[in-house]
Write a protein that binds this ligand. Structure first.
Ligand SMILES: NC(=O)C1=CN([C@@H]2O[C@H](COP(=O)(O)OP(=O)(O)OC[C@H]3O[C@@H](n4cnc5c(N)ncnc54)[C@H](OP(=O)(O)O)[C@@H]3O)[C@@H](O)[C@H]2O)C=CC1
Ligand SMILES: O=C(O)C1=N[C@H](C(=O)O)C[C@H](O)C1
Length: 274
């Protein structure tokens, strides 16, 4: 059995991840962690998320080191918030726990802190801004489009629910990075536009974040030329799309001793070249 700890256990992603792990034959939840001073600390997490008793009490992140030493997970899954994730990674890697990280909104400095902790402690991790299989195919398609239409005007539009804390989404930023890496001309990110912006430069990649309602996650990349345009869109209608990828990532990383991987590694998409 793969022993899994989940941080952000009562969150939109964490709670669905716990539910789905409980449905798998080869893995079990051994620890579920929330913010310090959580009013439900000690209560059964299964009952808190509506699936009935699972025998795992809710723990809090101020006791993470102790919880990991007691429960000995193979893998920790983190879908929380950037600053919290950095601290979790430092503690988990010291305890030699492997990682699946889905949290977004990191600064460049936070990304380095996470990478250093993983490398210094010689553990393995999957880090991905989007675990949905469809989004990873969307990313792969973008490699092709950026190679062929990198000289077109490229704009990225994302929409998410009103509760999302970071903007633009990690997925939109990864899409921009893929375009930058694959087009022949240099790139300059432009976050929204306002006022007398003047003529659009070829190098620009416009990135626009919309927020509202209960939208799970929509991403569109527009390649606009003279007399035509291509719009590539992915729409997630259920968080289960992300959760299914997380389950694959847990099975993948448990067999890796050391290194930082992404969802292309998990899904075997690295060998597809255009
Ligand atoms: N990579 C991917 O495929 C996906 C990534 N995400 C990302 O995952 C993250 C979480 O999203 P979502 O589930 O919607 O957010 P939620 O706010 O619903 O869940 C986050 C949970 O983490 C808790 N939390 C905060 N700090 C800590 C801590 N130190 N230790 C333990 N738990 C903590 C929060 O508690 P409290 O509310 O009390 O602060 C909350 O319950 C975001 O960064 C989002 O962008 C989301 C979907 C897919
Ligand atoms: O916060 C969310 O909800 C999501 N976050 C991820 C992101 O920032 O890209 C992935 C997904 O779009 C949902």
């Amino acid at each position: 059995m793969i022993r899994v700890a989940v941080t952000g256990a009562l969150g939109r992603m964490g709670s669905n991840i716990i539910k789905t792990i409980c449905e798998q034959e080869d893995m079990e939840v051994v620890a579920a962690i929330e913010v310090p001073n959580h009013p439900k600390k000690g209560e059964d997490v299964g009952e808190l998320i509506g699936i009935g008793k699972i025998g795992v009490p809710l723990s809090t992140s101020d006791e993470l080191d102790k919880v990991l030493k007691e429960t000995k997970p193979d893998v920790l899954v983190d879908f929380t918030i950037a600053h919290a994730c950095v601290e979790t990674v430092k503690i988990a890697t010291k305890n030699k726990v492997k990682l699946v990280i889905g949290t977004t909104g990191f600064t460049e400095e936070q990304k380095k802190e996470i990478e250093n902790a993983i490398k210094e402690n010689k553990v393995s991790a999957v880090i991905s801004q989007n675990f949905a299989i469809g989004v990873n195919i969307f990313f792969k398609t973008l490699e092709f489009l950026a190679k062929k239409l990198g000289h077109y005007d490229i704009e990225i539009v994302e929409m998410h629910h009103r509760f999302k804390k970071d903007a633009p989404s990690g997925t939109a930023l990864r899409a921009a990075e893929i375009i930058k890496e694959n087009r022949e001309i240099p790139s300059e990110y432009v976050f929204g536009r306002y006022g007398m912006v003047g003529e659009r430069k070829k190098e620009e990649i416009g990135i626009h974040a919309l927020r509202g309602g209960d939208v799970v996650g929509d991403h569109t990349v527009i390649f606009a030329g003279d007399g035509e345009r291509i719009e590539l869109t992915h729409k997630a209608s259920s968080r289960q799309a992300f959760v299914n990828g997380v389950i694959l990532a847990i099975r993948f990383i448990v067999n890796k001793e050391e290194g930082i991987y992404n969802t292309f590694d998990v899904l075997g998409l690295n060998d597809i070249k255009f």
